[in-house]
Design a protein around this ligand. Sequence first.
Ligand code: APR
Length: 239
Amino acid sequence: MGLNVFVLTGAGISAESGLGTFRDASGIWTQYDLSEVATPEGFARDPAKVRAFYNARRANLAGAAPNAAHLALARLQKGLVARGGRLFLCTQNVDDLHEQGGCSDVVHMHGQLGITRCHGCGATWPDSEPLSGETACARCGETGTARPHVVWFGETPLFLHGIEDALEDSDLFVAIGTSGAVYPAAGLVAWARRLGIRTCELNLEPSDNARVFDERRYGPATEVVPTWVDEVLGGQGAR
Ligand code: APR
């Protein structure tokens, strides 16, 4: 039986790919009012403003590439599987840099920027074009309903049952590049501890729940994550 590792990532793992974080000094939420661009109420008030916010992020993502931390997690996934274990990668990020970096079966609990959703009937479709109020939903035919398939504040995160099941079947829980500010993601480490699972934080600086972790390592993800992956795979009898 191999090692089962649960990794939760946040915006910090994509920071060195040029994508903004939310709560750092120049974070996205210091530039935008989240109630206006990341809530259903904000979308109802001014859908064009919300679409413009996400179109700018889609354009930014188009020019981004996975970094050494994303690539290291792909190496970890392959290495764990080769040894009879598995990586359960749950991300709060709406970018696709984990997939671009070679990871598969990525769970996006806050949705995905590269998917458009009809706010009317819930239909979703892959979309790299700018969001538009003119787009007609292919399922219900409504226009004016196109939104990003991203979980807004006040909405329910995705895949929670699968996340809970995977955590219960894990030997190690690792949080990478997240401030621990948003629940239920931020509550996973306490749940892991209650389950008797070893916990580790890999971050630029201590997160809001740093004290809950058994182990903590600080530094840029592109340095800390590859080193940590080498240790995990080396400890597994490197092949
Ligand atoms: N390497 C590692 N960690 C980094 C780096 C880096 N290069 N740069 C920043 N960080 C860390 C910061 O120290 C911070 O703890 O990444 C974390 C980013 O925290 P947030 O900006 O709060 O992002 P995140 O935790 O992903 O936010 C969670 O909040 O707004 C919602 O839905 C949004 O998914 C997001 C959720």
